[in-house]
Design a protein around this ligand. Structure first.
Ligand code: ZN
Length: 150
């Protein structure tokens, strides 16, 4: 660890404390004797989304929000509700700790959140964004999600 005062690389740890936000280390520079602290914490990164055709893309909040806004057209749902929904989906996929996840996982999380928010928007989203082509497929999708929740 480079000393922020003199730039010397010879620093020693004199104390280590842990709290919910990370590990804090009190250090002393062996060259100038000045003391400073460092904080070490894990950074959660958002995994890449693997599409059905195998292409990878960055998780896009904007894209997800745009789809949700369409599904929620003329429904009593605020922009804040949708932002919070996307926040929950994003933090959920980060907490999986993976580098890549199938787009289906994002779709499933989104749809389950949406279902709790508004059933009409949920069905619209299922039809449009999961690419369901007929009513039978829509029904089996809804049955599948209902089954998972039981
Ligand atoms: Zn120093």
């Amino acid at each position: 660890m480079k000393c922020p005062f003199c730039g010397d690389m010879r620093t020693r740890v004199i104390d280590t404390t842990r709290n919910a936000r990370g590990v804090r280390r009190r250090r002393e520079c062996k060259a100038c004797r000045k003391r400073f602290s460092t904080v070490e914490r894990a950074i959660l990164t958002t995994p890449l989304v693997v599409k059905r055709d195998g292409q990878r893309e960055e998780f896009s909040r904007e894209k997800l929000l745009a789809g949700l806004r369409t599904a929620c057209t003329r429904r009593p749902i605020s922009a804040g509700d949708l932002e919070r929904l996307v926040d929950r989906v994003e933090s959920h996929i980060r907490q999986m700790g993976k580098t890549e996840i199938p787009s289906r996982v994002v779709g499933d999380l989104t749809i389950q959140e949406l279902k709790e928010l508004d059933p009409v928007s949920y069905i619209r989203y299922a039809i449009v964004y999961l690419g369901l082509e007929d009513l039978e497929a829509v029904r089996s999708e809804i049955d599948r999600l209902l089954g998972e929740r039981e």
